[in-house]
Design a protein around this ligand. Structure first.
Ligand code: F6R
Length: 613
C-alpha cells in the first residue's frame, strides 16, 4: 500500500517522479504528491487528494513558463489512506522544518511519540507519517545518519521511508522495517533511484536490490551507500530487472486488466514449461527438493483474497489425490485460531506481491512452530519470498490491475505442478500418470485462448447482469471454489453485490434472497456433481432466478430446452476446468465494469499491495 519514488540525478526530476507515480499508482490512489529539492536548498512540495493525473495537471500548470532552474533530487508518493482521511493535507510528502519525507506503512506509536516529544504544535495533518518528519527534525543537528537511526529505533510498526534534508539537496536517505523499498543506480551511472517496486525503475536500471531492513541507505547521483548500525558498509544482493512495462505498459489495451487476462495463455505456458523435463514435473529450477514434498503429514495453505481462492481450488484436487488432510486458511485469521501447525505440517503460502502482511505474519507464525514451507510468489525478492524456506516464482510478470487475473491462474498452475510432483514422489502417481497429467495441463493455455477469443459472447452475459443489484454464483466442489474467485472479481470491479455459494447449501437459508430475475450463474463442470448442481439450479429457477449455465462442451444437459442461457467452455480434464471458467468469469466482470464506465484497473477503496493488517 502506498507507492514511493525517490530520484537524484541529471534528468528532469519532476517528470521522472510523475512517471514513476503513474506506474506505482496501483499501490494506492487516494492522493499523490512530490517534493523537489534545488541545489540552493530551496524545496517545493506539490500534493493533492485524488489520482496522479491531478497532481500532474497541477505541476504542469505551476511549472509552465516559469523558467525555473532544475531540481537536483526529489521524492514522490501515491497514497492508500490509513491514518487521516483523503485530503490534500494528509497527502505525502510531509515536511517539518528541514525534513521532508514519504512513508509507506503504519507507525503504531505515533500518538505516544507526539506526546512524549511535544510535537503536537508542529503537526498540521492527521497522519502518523508527519510525526516521523517532526521527530527527525527534532533529532537532526548535524548528522542525518544519527538522526535517522535514533528515530527508527523509536518507531513501532512498519515503515519504508524516503527522506530529504533541505540542507543536503543532492542526497536522499531511506530506511525500512517490513515495508518494501528497492534501490538502484541508473544504467548511465549518473543517477540513483529508490522505489516501492521494480515496475517504476525497469526503464532506468539494469539491476536493483531490496534495501535490507534497518540499514541506512544513502543515495547520491551514481552512488548508493548502505550502512549497518555500526556504520559498516553492507553489500547489497543485486537482482536483475526482468520485468519490462514499456510505453504505458498497456500494449494497446485500454485497461491493464484486459491485457493481463489476454496474457494468461502465455504465462500459464511459461509457468509449466520451465518446470517440465522429459514430460515430467520437475521443480529443480526452483531448487525444491523431493524430500520436502514427501515428508509432511498434513498441508496448510495460507493466503488472502484471490491467492487464498487458488488454495481452495487446489485443495479440491490435492486432498483426495494425496489422501492428506489439507486446510486452507484466510491468512488474517490464521494466527488467532491457534491452528494445529507443527513440524509435521507443510505450509504453502501464496502471494502475488509477496508483501501481504497478513500472509507474511501467518507464514512467520507457522515457521516459528517448525512447519516446513514452500511459498508461491510472483514478485522476486519480496519479503515473503525472502522469508520462505523454499520459493516457487510464478511467471506471471508484472500484474498492474488491482483485480488479480494472471497471478491467480499462474498460482493455480504452480499448485498443480507441485501436486503432480508430490503425487509422483509419494508413489501416488506412476511416471506415466505424472506425464499424462502434465501433458493435459499443457492443453490449458490453448483452451484459455479459445475463451478469450469468444469474449463477445461473455460480454453479452455481462450486459444482461450489469444493472442487477445482486448476482449469485452457485456450484459444488471445485466449481464452487472457482466461483468464489469469479464472484470476488465481479464485486471488486463492478460494485455489484455478489455471493458465491455452495449450491447444496442455498436451501439452508440464502435461497430466501432469490427473487424474480435475480441473476444466478451456475458453473457445471465437475462430472461427479453435474446432476446435483443442475438440480440446485432448477431450485433457484423455480423461484424466478434468471440462470446462466456455464458448463463444459462435454457435459450433457438433461432436457437442455429448460436452460435458456448456456455458455459452453472448451473441455479439459475436470480438475483443469477452473482455468477456462476463471477466464470467462474474469471477462464477464471486466465487461460489466468497463461498460458501466468504471475505472477497471483502480476500483474504489482498494490497493494492489496490502501491507497493513
Ligand atoms: C483480488 C486481489 C486480492 C489479492 C490479495 C492477496 O483481485 O487481488 O484479493 O489476491 O490481496 O494479495 P497477494 O497475492 O499479493 O498476497
Amino acid at each position: 500500500m502506498c507507492g514511493i519514488i525517490g530520484y537524484t540525478g541529471h534528468r528532469n526530476v519532476q517528470e521522472v517522479i510523475l512517471k514513476a507515480l503513474e506506474t506505482l499508482e496501483y499501490r494506492g490512489y487516494d492522493s499523490a504528491g512530490m517534493a523537489l529539492a534545488y541545489a540552493d536548498g530551496a524545496l517545493e512540495v506539490a500534493k493533492r487528494a485524488g489520482k496522479v493525473a491531478k497532481l500532474r495537471a497541477m505541476c504542469e500548470k505551476q511549472s509552465a513558463g516559469s523558467g525555473k532552474k532544475a531540481a537536483v533530487s526529489g521524492i514522490g508518493h501515491t497514497r492508500w489512506a490509513t491514518h487521516g482521511g483523503v485530503t490534500d493535507e494528509n497527502a505525502h510528502p510531509h515536511t517539518c522544518g528541514r525534513v521532508t519525507l514519504v512513508h509507506n506503512g503504519i507507525i503504531e506509536n505515533y500518538q505516544e511519540l507526539t506526546a512524549k516529544y511535544g510535537l503536537g504544535e508542529k503537526l498540521v495533518s492527521q497522519t502518523d507519517t508527519e510525526v516521523v518528519a517532526a521527530l527527525l527534525d527534532h533529532f537532526y543537528e548535524k548528522d542525518a545518519k544519527t538522526a535517522i537511526r535514533e528515530v527508527a529505533r523509536l518507531l513501532k510498526g512498519t515503515f519504508a521511508l524516503g527522506i530529504l534534508f533541505a540542507d543536503q539537496p543532492e542526497k536522499l536517505y531511506a530506511i525500512r522495517n517490513v515495508s518494501p523499498i528497492i534501490a538502484g543506480v541508473g544504467k548511465d551511472g549518473r543517477e540513483a533511484f529508490l522505489a516501492s517496486d521494480v515496475t517504476a525503475l525497469s526503464e532506468y536500471v539494469a539491476e536493483y536490490f531490496v534495501v535490507p531492513e534497518d540499514t541506512l541507505t544513502i543515495l547520491e547521483a551514481g552512488k548508493i551507500t548502505l550502512l549497518d548500525n555500526e556504520n559498516q558498509r553492507v553489500e547489497p544482493d543485486f537482482l536483475q530487472v526482468d520485468w519490462k512495462l514499456g510505453g504505458n505498459g498497456k500494449n494497446g489495451y485500454e485497461f491493464f486488466m484486459e491485457k493481463e487476462i489476454a496474457e494468461q495463455p502465455e504465462v500459464i505456458r511459461e509457468t509449466i514449461s520451465c518446470r517440465c523435463k522429459d514430460g515430467m514435473p520437475d521443480l529443480s529450477i526452483d531448487n525444491i527438493p523431493d524430500w520436502l514434498l514427501s515428508k509432511y503429514e498434513r498441508i496448510t495453505i495460507i493466503g488472502c483474497g484471490t491467492a487464498m481462492h487458488a488454495g481452495l481450488v487446489a485443495k479440491q484436487f490435492m486432498q483426495p489425490l494425496l489422501q492428506l488432510p489439507v486446510t486452507v486458511e484466510v491468512a488474517s485469521e490464521f494466527i488467532y485460531e491457534e491452528p494445529v501447525v507443527d513440524d509435521k505440517t507443510f505450509v504453502i503460502a501464496i502471494s502475488q506481491s509477496g508483501e501481504t502482511i497478513d500472509t507474511l505474519e501467518a507464514l512467520r507464525y507457522a515457521r516459528r512452530r517448525g512447519a516446513g514451507n514452500l511459498s508461491i510468489v510472483n514478485v522476486k525478492g519480496s519479503t515473503i519470498a525472502r522469508e520462505s524456506e523454499y520459493v516457487l516464482y510464478t511467471n506471471a510478470g508484472p500484474e498492474i490491475a488491482v483485480a488479480s487475473t494472471k497471478a491467480y491462474t499462474t498460482q493455480l498452475t504452480a499448485l498443480y505442478m507441485i501436486i503432480c510432483r508430490m503425487a509422483y514422489v509419494r508413489g501416488v502417481y506412476t511416471a506415466k500418470q505424472a506425464k499424462e497429467f502434465v501433458s493435459a495441463l499443457l492443453q490449458v493455455p490453448a483452451c484459455v485462448e479459445k475463451v478469450i477469443a469468444d469474449k463477445e459472447s461473455l460480454r453479452r452475459i455481462s450486459h444482461e447482469i450489469m444493472d442487477a443489484s445482486d448476482v449469485f454464483m452457485i456450484g459444488r466442489g471445485l466449481d464452487y471454489t472457482a466461483l468464489l474467485e469469479g464472484s470476488l472479481k465481479l464485486k471488486e470491479i463492478s460494485y455489484i453485490h455478489s455471493e458465491a455459494y455452495a449450491s447444496g447449501e442455498l436451501k439452508h437459508g440464502t435461497i430466501a434472497l432469490i427473487t424474480q430475475k435475480t441473476p444466478v450463474i451456475t458453473l457445471v463442470t465437475q462430472t461427479k456433481v453435474v446432476s446435483k448442481e443442475l438440480s440446485n439450479a432448477i431450485e433457484v429457477k423455480a423461484r424466478g432466478a434468471k440462470v446462466y449455465v456455464l458448463t463444459s462442451e462435454k457435459v450433457e444437459l438433461e432436457e437442455p430446452g429448460q436452460w435458456e442461457n448456456v455458455y459452453r467452455l472448451p473441455a479439459l480434464r475436470d480438475e483443469f476446468m477452473v482455468f477456462p471458467a476463471a477466464a470467462a468469469l474474469q471477462l464477464i466482470a471486466f465487461y460489466v465494469s468497463r461498460d458501466k464506465g468504471l475505472d477497471v484497473d483502480k476500483p474504489r477503496n482498494l490497493a494492489k499491495v496490502v501491507t497493513v493488517e
